[in-house]
Design a protein around this ligand. Sequence first.
Ligand code: SF4
Length: 627
Amino acid sequence: MKSRLKSSAPPPPPIALLSPPWPLYTRPSIQLGALKAIIRSRFPRVAVQAHHAYLTIAAAIGYARYHGISERTWLAETVYGALLHPEQQPGMARLFRREAAGNRLLHRTDFAQLVSQVQAATEAWLAAVDWRPFRMVGVSSVLCQLTAGLYFIRRLRELHPDLTIVAGGAAFNHQSAAAALELFPEIDAVVCGEGELPLCHLVQHHIVEGRPITAIPPARGIVRRGGDDAREAARGFYQLENLDHLPLPDFDDYFAALSGLDPSRRFFPTLPVEVSRGCWWQRESTTGESGGCEFCNLNLQWKGYRSKSAGRVVSEIDQMTRRHRLLAVAVMDNVLPKESTAEILRGLAGLNRDLSIFAEIRATTPLAELKLMRTAGMRRVQIGIEALSTRLLRKLRKGTTAIQNLEIMKHCEALGIASLSNLILHFPASDEDDVAETLHAMQFAGPFRPPKPVNFWLGLGSPAWRHAEAHGLDHVGNHPHWARIFPPRIFRRMPFMIQAYQAGAGRQRRLWQPVRDQLRTWTKAYGDLHRGRPDEPILAFRDGGDFMIIREHRPGGDTLTHRIEGSSRRIYLFCSHHRSLQRVLANFSNLPEDKITSFLRMMTAQKLMFSENDHFLSLAVPVRMPD
Ligand code: SF4
């Protein structure tokens, strides 16, 4: 799509893009960066300003406080919720206090004072921007940004009634767009799904051609009040076919805002990078039913999986880090591409920079790829662990097993890659056997970095939400916390991203309490055992060629050592990757079967190996990782 105005015509009015609190303040918004870049490349005469309002608000209320709030949905949503609906503030204050209870920095926060401070900072920010030249503003709302986005929208409408206001981002989707327009009259249009092509459509017809928003041709992905837009938008996604066609994201406005802060408030940000959109694990089955993890609703805003080519990704990271003089990079993808990740990592290693990269990966990532990650500069990964029970992983449709999870946790420990992961508690279909399996696996996982407990929540549009009946979930609807934030007329009609159900929540809490307790013990022991020796694995072996010595630091200060000789050493090394008993026997066919099985049983009893369904995994980490 190209601008149809001749260059001698006066330039079209500028547009603004806005990201409200509460994204991570240490990163520019990938959404704003990508949208600004495509508008600038396709409409060179249309000026675009990307406003990272969250950075200013973070600096105003203090970074530590902002960060604490941004980490929890209900903390974030109540702050601007109280500005939207002050009559409901007492209920929100109670919710805030409850959610902040475990947070050292926030548990004493005076909610009313915080709300006033955020309001003053927001008003000051709004007043500092000259909105008069702008014809249209696009407000991006993803996780934790719903009430903040709505508050900015309301204030912009009050201050500048002629501004066209478009809402987009994951908080608005095909299911909620029509209701959002009806319930929030300040919004002129909602973009559902990926924003680039719908925004270009709006810029062409509304900004360049100057047509009123109600008179532009309908397009997939854009819903306006009245008309057939909701039906048009519901027909599908209006999205790019090839992500290599995207220009480099434009983060200049974020860096300009950062350099405008008091020097004591400036920092070195992390650069967000998009390698792909969607999730290949969520592919459709032959029957048309979409796949993916049962709890996941991360990919409502696009269809299918697309990734940039390896060469493009490497060149983008190369250019962006050089341009902004930074080395910390966060890959924003839900999952890295299966085919090209190795090539990307080799390319990044070839840049010869001391990059520090974060990415989310699946537990099936092979060791060879993890080694490449380490070489490329991946220091932290979020692994989709989710459970340590294979029964439960099956119910979650994660496509992994507990032994695979332990294996990748071990490899990360060996490579010095910090593995951040979650353990989902209270999944409605989980039972005593799942909990027992989890507790059993946890006894073996002690040497590895513990996951964080996360209570299951029902996501709008997730497979669990769609299969609610099969999971025995009754009365599925908006989470009751939304009723504390929004008045009944909105609560009843707007489908929110966080849903709730009635199905034995109390039973699930009781069922999972022992796991929560054991996780606490594990986390404490892991921290204690690493105190003073952060890089030394808790359970490690040194190889002597025809024998090996396994050293095990134990809680309480003891250190145990074990020596393994000859064929036992070879079996232990063979099981560095999980192996079936059948493969072990086949590989060591010269040894008597009972000798092998009794060795495996003994090592498992001593928690030096983990076994599951006749598969075995050695747990000690090599002090020297072979190439
Ligand atoms: S949780 Fe991750 S792997 Fe699972 S469907 Fe969602 S994005 Fe894909």
